[in-house]
Design a protein around this ligand. Structure first.
Ligand code: CAA
Length: 276
């Protein structure tokens, strides 16, 4: 792998898009490597992922403009499909994915973050869909996921104006769940950079998710994602089936048993996916 780093840290993994010289822009190779990295995640052990970008300045500054500049109509469509396929793989990945957005999240960068389950960012993050300024539409899901996340009105404003927004505004409109700043001491010296604070928070969240019943967490992701694509009558049936599934798991028996036995720890034993 030239452009993707992957580290498994116990029950969670950290994927880093590592093309810092180009602000982690997504070319075909980055997309292929990201797809292969997801395929190789050990789902017997890993229960949550963090996705971030190398360096302090940029999460992902978009799809690679150099590569796109000479595409024909058919090639453009194929490039859109390549990105969409990888992002959909991320969106439907069986375990939760937390985007730790450490700077620019523009075009494909904003779009990849929206394919993740949860978005956290540093206070230098900048979000935007600048595509119409480049003569194209958002092509890796931006016209679809942004409206679903922040509502059609705000999505249309961001996409039609091609104007970027800062972290505080992304938080205000619900595009990110939390914004992290650098930690400074009493003299104002930086003890931890905003990215370090962000990554620590994202990893803590991933580790916390990994402590919960893994099949229940997977089923929650599936229920929320599939339910959002269905009408309410179908959606509640999706929920019922995934809820029912849990009653065949060791974690349900252990989790409820702990409660009924008034086990002070109330912690689930870490059970591998043998009851899947
Ligand atoms: N594609 C290719 N290269 C990129 C890039 C991108 N999206 N974004 C940045 N880079 C490269 C630059 O070309 C530059 O490379 P060189 O050093 O070889 O010249 C390097 O990264 C550093 O970038 P800058 O010198 O421009 O850094 P800056 O601090 O002056 O500006 C920036 C930072 C505002 C993010 C600016 O780089 C920028 O505007 N980038 C493009 C952002 C953009 O338009 N993204 C959307 C792409 S279209 C898309 O994503 C379509 C889709 O939906 C699929």
């Amino acid at each position: 792998m030239d452009y993707i780093l992957y580290e498994q840290k116990g029950a969670y993994g950290v994927i880093t898009i590592n093309r810092e010289k180009a602000l982690n822009a997504l070319n075909s190779q980055v997309l292929d490597e990201l797809s292969a990295t997801l395929d190789a995640v050990n789902l017997e052990e890993v229960r949550a992922l963090v996705l971030t970008g190398a360096g302090e300045k940029s999460f992902v500054a978009g799809a690679d403009i150099g590569e796109m500049s000479t595409l024909t109509k058919a090639e453009g469509e194929a490039f859109g499909k390549k990105g969409n396929d990888v992002f959909r793989k991320l969106e439907t990945f069986p375990i939760p994915v937390i985007a730790a957005i450490n700077g620019f999240a523009l075009g494909g960068g904003c779009e990849i973050s929206m394919s993740c389950d949860i978005r956290l960012c540093s206070d230098n993050a900048v979000f935007g869909q600048p595509e119409v300024g480049l003569g194209i539409t958002p092509g890796f899901g931006g016209t679809q996921r942004l409206a679903r996340l922040v509502g059609a009105g705000m999505a249309k404003q961001m996409i039609y104006t091609a104007r970027n927004i800062k972290a505080a505004d992304a938080y205000r409109i619900g595009l990110v769940n939390e914004v992290y700043s650098a930690e400074v001491d009493a003299e104002g010296n930086v003890v931890k950079t905003a990215k370090e604070v962000l990554l620590a928070a994202a990893e803590k969240m991933a580790a916390g998710i990994a402590m919960n019943a893994p099949i229940a967490v997977r089923n929650c992701k599936k229920a929320i994602n599939e339910g959002l694509d269905a009408d309410m009558d179908q959606a509640i049936v999706i929920e019922e089936k995934l809820f029912g599934d849990c009653f065949e798991t060791e974690d349900q028996r252990a989790g409820m048993g702990n409660f009924l036995e008034k086990d002070k720890e109330k912690k689930l034993k870490v059970v591998p996916f043998k009851n899947r």
